[in-house]
Design a protein. Structure first.
Lengths: 250, 192
């Protein structure tokens, strides 16, 4: 049986791991290669690296980090942040990333989804979608959650699937940093609307939140950052708890 | 020397890194002579079947791979290309294995992405690997069960998680991405 995946997310700035609380305050939480290898030894199923400093001059540094990561870790990892073109994606994939993730760039230039997917296969492309509830509807936000696009989350999810995305990473801005649990309903709704795997992100604060995610929704994976970085919920412990709930876990 | 077949399918870097982590040196090459002389050959692959086969044919690598005598390990698309025919782009493949490669009916999420357990393990590649271990898969097409099947994975339908015929070995999953259990499998292959 296919297992539900637990994915620590490492936000990278200037080569260090940081975690934004509601994306505004940043805390230093360690060296990316060390942390990655720690997580992979402790049962992480996959890793996601988001470079929040990604500017032109930083991109080469990011590729070097990816090269180091690929040498050290033996589980799949995704790299995102500042990817604007097929060439940007190629550099990271050739450096050893298994998948790249695009967010704002996909909204601003939807063709990029098809271009990357055609060049490297849909399995290499994760489209990250930041969503926020405004009154009764969930909308897509870009640029780190600062700018509304006016596009409904469900519509965008269906569109990116059609354009060639291999997977979706859905982050609820309302939940992110709250540690009050994932946005279960909308994430499940999105997952049901598409046939590609969906990763839920934003709001994980304890193991019950992962139990809820995997028993109340059909999503494929749960992503979290600070609870893992500060060892509030060790991954191996979390996975044992999930197993006792008969959730399929590696 | 371990040779990794260089062609237009990624992610070859991960395979190379995994081999080197295990203490073996390897070369990524499309040179016929080096491939023929290598102790072991790894045929990796992530990508689309018809463009990969076209590329192999252009370079004459299709004949080279089919006629290799040393142990060869196909990974992911590599396994699919070692079969007879793939529904992906209606592609005539290398024909090393008799199985046909089909597209998953989207009854569950496709691609089949993530960790899954395999059963009916029947190959020396699984020495020291227990039946309940999980491997990392990412694919939308699968090789049917055939006489060459050496392990079965069940996702939407039971399919060939791995295959073997003479000196040709193949896995649908990515051993290079399957943590320590994947490294064990690679090591078993490298020690053949």
């Amino acid at each position: 049986m296919l297992k539900k995946r637990i994915i620590p997310c490492l936000d990278i700035k200037d080569g260090r791991v940081v975690k934004g609380v509601q994306f505004l305050e940043l805390k230093d939480a360690g060296n990316p290669v060390e942390l990655a290898s720690f997580y992979s030894k402790n049962g992480a199923d996959e890793l996601v690296f988001l470079d929040i400093s990604a500017t032109l001059e930083k991109r080469k540094t990011l590729a070097e980090m990816v090269t180091q990561l690929s040498k050290e870790i033996n589980i799949p990892f995704t790299v995102g942040g500042g990817i604007q073109s097929v060439d940007d994606a190629r550099l990271l994939l050739q450096s050893g990333a298994d998948k790249v993730s695009i967010n704002s760039a996909a909204v601003l230039n939807p063709e990029l989804i098809t271009q990357i997917s055609d060049a490297f296969g849909s399995q290499s492309l994760v489209v990250a979608i930041d969503i926020k509830k405004v009154e009764n509807d969930w909308f897509v936000f870009i640029k780190g959650g600062t700018e509304s696009t006016g596009i409904l989350a469900i519509d965008w999810a269906k569109k990116v699937e059609k354009l060639g995305a291999g997977e979706l990473l859905i982050t609820s801005m309302n939940n992110d940093g709250s540690k009050n649990g994932f946005a279960l309903e909308i994430t499940n709704e999105i997952s049901k609307a598409v046939s590609i795997p969906v990763i839920a992100s934003g709001g994980a604060g304890n193991s019950q939140h992962f139990i809820d995610l995997f028993t109340k929704t059909e999503v494929s994976a749960g992503l979290a950052a600070s609870i893992f970085h500060f060892n509030e919920v060790p991954i191996s412990e979390l996975k044992n708890i999930l197993k006792t709930q008969n959730i399929p876990i590696r | 020397m371990i040779a990794i077949v260089k062609y237009n399918a990624g992610n070859i870097t991960s395979v190379k890194n995994a081999i080197e982590r295990l203490g073996y040196s390897c070369i990524v090459t499309d040179d016929e002579t080096i491939l023929k002389l290598a102790e072991k050959v790894i045929f990796p692959g992530v990508g689309e079947a018809s463009s990969a086969m076209n590329y192999l044919k252009e370079k004459g690598l299709d004949e080279v791979i089919k006629n290799l005598k040393q142990p060869v390990l196909g990974i992911c698309l590599g396994q699919q290309l070692m079969c007879q025919f793939s529904e992906e782009g209606n592609t005539e493949c290398l024909g090393i294995f008799e199985a046909t490669v089909k597209k998953f009916e989207p009854k569950l999420k496709v691609p089949h992405m993530g960790w899954n357990n395999i059963s009916k393990l029947n190959s020396e590649l699984y020495n020291g690997i227990s039946a309940d271990e999980n491997f990392y898969f990412v694919h939308s097409f699968y090789a049917e069960i055939s006489e060459e099947t050496t392990a079965v994975c069940d996702y939407i339908v039971p399919f060939s998680a791995s295959m073997q015929k003479d000196n040709f070995y193949a896995t649908q999953f990515h051993p290079e991405k399957s943590s320590s259990v994947g490294e064990r499998l690679l090591l078993n292959f490298l020690k053949l």
